[in-house]
Write a protein that binds this ligand. Structure first.
Ligand SMILES: *Cc1c(COP(=O)(O)O)cnc(C)c1O
Length: 365
């Protein structure tokens, strides 16, 4: 099984190491018993290290979208500013609409990012008391300057909650929850943390929890006030996906043993740099180029423009025939781009093999 590792490069779900998959096969334990408490306790410190926070990290049994919905339902009092630069950031706006939350939706072109001055202006104009953004927009490979945007939001007052989807950044590139002053950061298990899908993790600032307490209609399943109370006692409000918690503990231990979160960031940075160098050296000849600007590129997802032939879907099929799974573009970019998800436990050496295969697939296309 391990011989096959290094062939699956979707921007989520990501490839999971055999030993992590095997950790799930442990016998069931009662979720109100001391064994589960010990399990959650063992995850607490390492999860805080991953999120760079001293706050408790909540564990929800749902996909990442569940905690995106929690962000809106727990964090917005009057109106939310949704920064939309791709399909996942659009999801926050869709959730706001579905929850009946008033939203001001700001859009930039696909592949672009939001910049602090612009956000300062948008916050003033909109009068919003929360702002949503996706750090690494997996649909376009663009990396928003979240630290600078959060600082700009802070300047406009203490009233604005900064709500961040870190699904393809947490665990793969620097996210400094506390130092950047983020009010809610969330991720899912199946992206840069390289676990099977099914768990979501989130950190709420004290301000966020205080705000949530004042909001009615935040629901039951994803009530962050309750989630935080429970996780402080190494409990979850409802039955957690126990098997996934076994995998989580094993993966967090692995990350610690392999040099910690900074070593993990570094390997992702190297993968991004390797893909950028490839595009720089071979891009002109192969007809491909990065969609986002330099300095605004995700460390975990590279999204490149393609010539009309082959389109993204054809390229993904050609790569499949060579034994590699990569992604076509997303949504409107389906055929005009393709994406390599170089995240999780992949390494530069494995990425080399993908790039070699791309050289062939693109030359023939
Ligand atoms: C994958 C992804 C999501 C959605 O995750 P689900 O786990 O499918 O709910 C949200 N945001 C980003 C940036 C993603 O990459």
């Amino acid at each position: 099984m391990s011989a096959a590792f290094g062939r699956f490069f979707l921007p989520g779900p990501t490839e999971v190491l055999p030993e992590i998959l095997e950790a799930q096969a442990a016998p069931m334990i009662g979720h109100r018993g001391s064994e589960t408490e010990r399990l959650l306790e063992a995850c607490a410190g390492p999860l805080r290290a991953v999120f760079r926070t001293s706050r408790p990290v909540m564990i929800a049994t749902c996909s990442a979208t569940g905690l995106m919905e929690a962000a809106i339902r727990n964090g917005v009092r009057r109106k939310v500013l949704c920064l939309v630069n791709g399909a996942f950031s659009q999801r926050f706006a869709d959730i706001a609409a579905a929850c009946g939350t008033e939203a001001h939706v700001a859009k930039v072109e696909l592949g672009r990012t939001f910049e602090p001055d612009q956000v300062r202006q948008l916050l003033k104009e909109s009068g919003a008391d929360a702002v949503t953004m996706v750090h690494s927009e997996s649909a376009t490979g663009a990396l928003n300057p979240v630290a600078e945007i959060a600082a700009a939001a802070r300047e406009t007052g203490d009233d604005v909650m900064v709500l961040v989807d870190g699904v393809t950044s947490v665990g793969g590139s620097p996210v400094e929850t506390d130092a950047w002053g983020l009010d809610f950061v969330l991720t899912g298990s199946q992206k840069a943390l390289a676990l099977p899908p099914g768990l979501a993790f989130g950190v709420a600032s004290e301000r966020m929890i205080e705000r949530a307490k004042t909001i009615r209609g935040r629901g039951i399943y994803l009530d962050l006030v309750v989630h935080e109370e429970q996780i402080r006692r190494n409990q979850t409000p409802y039955t957690p996906a126990v098997s996934l918690l076994f995998a989580l503990r094993a993966q967090l231990l692995r990350i610690e043993q392999n040099g910690g979160i900074e070593a993990r960031w570094l390997e992702h940075e190297r993968m991004r740099q390797r893909a950028e160098r490839w595009a720089g050296e071979r891009g002109a000849e192969l007809g491909v180029s990065y969609l986002p600007e330099p300095g605004r590129r995700s460390w975990t997802v590279s999204c490149l423009r393609l010539p009309e032939n082959p389109g993204g879907s054809v390229l993904a099929r050609a790569m499949k025939a060579k034994g590699f799974v990569i992604a076509s573009g997303y949504g409107k970019l389906k055929d005009s781009t393709f994406r390599i998800g170089h995240m999780g436990d992949h390494t530069v050496a494995e990425l080399e093999a993908v790039l070699d295969a791309l050289n062939e697939a693109l030359r023939r296309g």
